[in-house]
Design a protein around this ligand. Structure first.
Ligand code: NAP
Length: 257
């Protein structure tokens, strides 16, 4: 697969750990120059230091803040050139029953997961339209395809990401810019480790029992790996994936949607 993405500049949000770090390693391994975006420069630089010999830049930004995204994208463009691949991966997953969902929790889910995706698409899309080539992959979730209890704000934000994906895919369909969503099931990252600890704390069940409850959603009975999600993202970024757009692809071990 080496060099299939040579000549492309991929900007990946939430690239300092978890699924985002796996994506940036994967795209760089296929020859793409990369910009890593996130809130922790230390995390971004640690991932960037171990990449294949491609050009790379690290940009600190909060995706929920439009001005912060604008500044980061401009700096990435100045460092490496126009952005031709955008992976909107940054996300957060807070939980609670609807009645206990505060305004702050609701707004933070929507502003990071959905509005953050919008901010990055709006800043990067002009480069792609000008280049006559672009690949946008939004890391949504199975929670964008079905409902789960106690994560209504997260589900609403991820359903929104899928709607946004479908709409922009139609706007760009004749411009050689594809827009797709990847929908992981429960994956082996900090996000799930925190969820397991929260379920355990709130219900008094042990962490292995809480994890077993999450695993019961996946017919394969295991967590998805970040590398499996990254492989799917890379496939959607290929020049040869030009006919795949507006899709929401589950990477979830056969969980029925
Ligand atoms: P993670 O390990 O918690 O990583 C989340 C990343 O997003 C971190 O790099 C974090 O960096 C960044 N981030 C969070 N808020 C941000 C903000 N406001 N601005 C910029 N960056 C921000 O989670 P993950 O599991 O890898 O999740 C990655 C994506 O996959 C998320 O969109 C998540 O919803 C989705 N997903 C995950 C699972 C799962 O089971 N793990 C399942 C389905 C979907 P900083 O905190 O340093 O900024």
């Amino acid at each position: 697969m080496t060099a299939l993405l040579t000549g492309l500049h991929a900007l990946v949000t939430g690239a300092g750990r978890g699924i985002g770090a796996a994506i940036v390693r994967n795209l760089a391994g296929a020859g793409a120059d990369v910009t890593l975006v996130g809130r922790s420069r230390r995390d971004l630089e640690a991932v960037a230091a171990e990449l294949e010999p491609v050009r790379r830049s690290c940009q600190v930004a909060d995706v929920a803040d439009a001005e912060s995204v604008r500044t980061a994208v401009a700096a990435a463009r100045a460092a490496i050139g126009p952005i031709t691949v955008l992976v909107n991966n940054a996300g957060q997953a807070l939980s609670g029953p609807l009645g206990a969902t505060s305004d702050a929790l609701w707004h933070s889910m929507l502003s990071v997961n959905l509005t953050g995706t919008f901010h990055c698409m709006r800043e990067c899309l002009p480069d792609m339209l000008k280049a006559g080539f672009g690949r946008i992959v939004n890391v949504a979730s199975t929670a964008g395809l079905v409902g789960y209890p106690y994560v209504s704000a997260y589900c609403a934000s991820k359903h929104g990401v899928i709607g946004l994906t479908r709409a922009v895919a139609l706007e760009t369909a004749r411009r050689n810019v594809t827009v797709n969503a990847v929908c992981p099931g429960y994956a082996d990252t900090d996000l799930v480790r925190t969820a397991v600890a929260n379920i355990s704390a709130k219900t008094g069940r042990g962490e292995s029992e809480a994890l077993a409850e999450l695993l019961s959603h996946n017919p394969q009975g295991r967590l998805v790996t970040p590398e499996e999600v990254a492989d799917t993202v890379r496939w959607l970024c290929l020049r040869s994936s030009a006919s795949i757009t507006g899709q929401s692809i589950a990477v979830a071990g056969g969980e029925v949607m």
